[in-house]
Design a protein around this ligand. Structure first.
Ligand SMILES: Cc1ncc(COP(=O)(O)O)c(C=O)c1O
Length: 392
């Protein structure tokens, strides 16, 4: 059947980090590899109550097909969430999606022809890269430092490759945990204007802030930002990813094509999921939920950073993880390959994600991603100590 595969299917790339899934629920292995939020943050009782109520009282909505662009009141509520982040938009500018992963796929389908260039951060989110590979796009890397995208690198890449889009995760990026400086966001938008590319701004972590003064104002919130920026959000990290509920705020000319792409993909996102999220948000439960989630991760993040200081202080540098779910470690020894130590780490009872698969240019072999989301404090300390032995 190989000969029947489409051109795009030949370019599908399996996620290099799925290989670690088998360790994620192994109690014998301290898990720094997963990218999932902690189930302890899910408001399960409230979701159960709301679910029972909407199924009983609103079955003609919650169990029925719905509009492709999403439940009208939830579109309104999401527009409110975006306006609170500084983005000028109304309900009709919002398309609700089956997680922001679907948003990435729809955007890729709608914008990209085979061979089109997408600029991506070095490193970048593998799920985003998969969506672009699946449309046979070409990816080119843009350097990052601790202030996010390096503007000179973006300018150079824009000149050289004439990209159709830039894919950026400015707030506490997956995988690096970095926060892009606000001044650089202005430069990103300026370069997008100058070189006529679209900015795909993916913002799942902007609400997960642990450090005072971290400014997470999106690129789309700049004056005229929504003319060039496709802004993606999600309830996955603040509520629960099993409620597959994300969104797109797009420039007006793109809304129609995106909605038609979604019609072909799934007619509409799950109406039960949307109904639950809608009731939760309409009851003003989102803001206190976000506060609880922040408090939950803040302590774990501090534990991990302290353990890294103790065990890796002279051997590596890491990002401050002022928000999000990840610390990103770069070993001082540039020749060290973190992927080559993974078996040793698992044997020592700890697992992480080697950094190289997040880099489209084949670099980053001496890096790794560590999540502090999953383990209790004691196991975070123990896990970092074990990791230090593996890299001794
Ligand atoms: C940067 C980024 N974008 C998108 C997603 C997809 O999230 P979801 O589809 O659950 O909204 C993730 C999930 O980890 C992510 O880290």
């Amino acid at each position: 059947m190989q000969q029947h595969l489409s051109h795009d299917a030949r370019n599908f790339r399996p996620s290099a980090i799925r290989a670690f899934a088998k360790y994620i629920n192994d109690p014998n292995v301290i898990g720094f590899a997963g990218g999932s939020p902690s189930a302890e943050t899910f408001p399960a009782e409230r979701v159960a109550e709301i679910a029972a109520r909407v199924v009983r009282e609103h079955k003609t909505v919650a169990l029925q097909y719905g509009p492709t662009a999403g439940l009208p009141r939830l579109r309104e509520l999401v527009a409110g969430v975006c306006r609170a982040r500084g983005i000028e938009c109304a309900a009709e500018d919002v398309i609700l999606t089956t997680g922001s992963q679907q948003a990435l796929d729809l955007v890729a389908h709608t914008l990209l022809d085979p061979g089109d260039v997408v600029l991506v951060e070095l490193p970048s989110y593998i799920g985003g890269l998969s969506s672009f590979y699946a449309r046979s796009a070409e990816m080119r890397g843009v350097a990052q430092d601790d202030g996010g995208i390096v503007v000179e690198s973006l300018a150079e890449a824009a000149r050289r490759f004439r990209p159709k889009a830039l894919y950026a995760i400015p707030n506490f990026q997956n995988p690096s945990g970095r926060l892009m400086a606000q001044a650089r966001r202005d430069e990103v938008l300026r370069l997008a204007e100058e070189h006529d590319f679209v900015v795909i701004e993916d913002d799942p972590y902007g609400e997960l802030v642990y450090a005072d003064g971290a400014d997470t104002t999106p690129i789309a919130a700049r004056p005229d930002g929504t003319k060039r920026t496709i802004y993606l959000g999600t309830f996955s990290k603040v509520l629960a990813p099993g409620l597959r509920c994300g969104w797109i705020v797009a420039p007006k000319p793109l809304l129609g094509p995106l909605e038609i792409a979604k019609q072909a993909a799934d007619l509409c996102s799950g109406m039960l999921d949307q109904s639950i999220v809608d009731e939760f948000c309409a009851g003003d439960e989102l803001a206190p939920q976000i506060e609880r989630v922040r408090a939950f991760y803040r302590g774990k993040r501090a534990t991990m950073l302290a353990a890294l200081e103790e065990h890796f202080g002279d051997r590596a540098t890491w990002t401050p993880a002022d928000g999000g779910l990840f610390a990103w470690l770069t070993m001082n020894d540039a020749a060290l390959d973190t992927a080559a130590r993974i078996d040793r780490a698992v044997a020592a009872g700890v697992v992480y994600v080697p950094g190289a698969p997040f880099f489209v240019d084949g670099s980053g072999r001496n890096t790794m991603r560590l999540t502090f989301a999953k383990e209790p404090d004691e196991r975070i300390r123990d896990g970092v100590a074990r990791l230090a032995q593996v890299f001794a």
